[in-house]
Design a protein around this ligand. Structure first.
Ligand code: NAP
Length: 239
């Protein structure tokens, strides 16, 4: 039974590895930075919306879809929902758990625009968002903002850019926040181990933390682990 994994996350890659040797295709939005060393055949690039994905499911003879895209990849989740409905293919969302913070007080704005609006004038803000998600903050010229990116980007006047690649330890995050005299952290609730250090560091330093909520998942069953996704396939006779 042929399975399509919508990937772009560590969980998508791990699921593909666990399904090696079976009739599985892993779909990625773009060419992977680290090369094509995946356990199953890849297809790269968008499908052309929900209609394109539905057509690809039919043409490819896919019997199951597992959406393992990032928790904030809302468009792909909506497309997967609509396409699987149209093509009559069962869909599962594999969504890593969100963070629950060991911090006494933190705020949960609904989206990036709400987070930008909630920042106090004069704040020194670390935008832990990645280069593609900063636009909502561009107009706040009453703040000092710092963003970290893996590749250099000019950003805009008033945005201080740090170029660095993960992983980051708790100690390194504390040092970075201290040295830039950050008083407010903005992050998205992506979940996962790798992004946790900055939140723990902010908690230890007593910073204001705005943790942007995830967009809602449009429909379909949700599991939180690769193991549970494997079980779903087993239940359905696909693995
Ligand atoms: P998005 O806004 O939900 O999707 C935008 C478009 O990208 C989709 O409509 C689709 O194009 C294409 N696409 C997305 N995921 C795809 C996949 N696995 N295979 C084929 N096409 C895909 O997604 P995004 O936030 O731009 O993220 C793009 C990719 O990066 C996702 O696969 C996601 O898992 C990964 N990622 C995202 C984030 C994040 O912060 N959002 C972080 C880490 C990794 P068509 O409509 O043409 O099919």
């Amino acid at each position: 039974m042929k399975v399509l994994i919508l990937g772009g996350t560590a969980e998508g890659g791990e699921l593909a590895r666990r399904l090696q040797g079976q009739d599985v295709v892993l779909s990625l939005a773009a060419e992977p930075v680290g090369g094509r060393d995946y356990a199953v055949p890849l297809r790269i690039g968008g499908f052309g919306g929900a209609a394109g994905l539905a057509a690809a499911l039919r043409a490819g003879g896919f019997a199951r879809v597992i959406d393992a895209t990032h928790p904030f990849a809302a468009q792909m989740k909506a497309n997967a929902d609509a396409a699987c409905e149209a093509a009559g293919v069962p869909l599962l969302h594999l969504l890593r758990p969100g963070w629950t913070l060991p911090i006494a007080v933190f705020e949960e704005p609904a989206d990036l625009a709400s987070a930008a609006a909630a920042l106090k004038p004069g704040s020194r803000v670390f935008l832990a968002l990645g280069g593609r998600h900063l636009d909502a903050f561009r107009r706040r010229d009453d703040l000092h903002m710092v963003a970290r990116m893996m590749v250099p980007d000019a950003g805009w006047p008033g945005l201080e850019v740090i170029v660095a690649a993960p992983p980051f330890s708790l100690e390194a995050e504390m040092e970075m926040l201290r040295s830039h005299r950050i008083d407010t952290l903005v992050a998205r609730n992506s979940g996962g181990i790798s992004g946790m250090a900055k939140l723990l560091a902010a908690g230890r330093l007593g910073l204001r933390v705005l943790l942007v909520q995830r967009p809602p998942v449009p429909g379909g069953r949700i599991v939180e682990t690769v193991e549970a996704a494997m079980n779903w396939l087993d239940e359905r006779g696909a693995a």
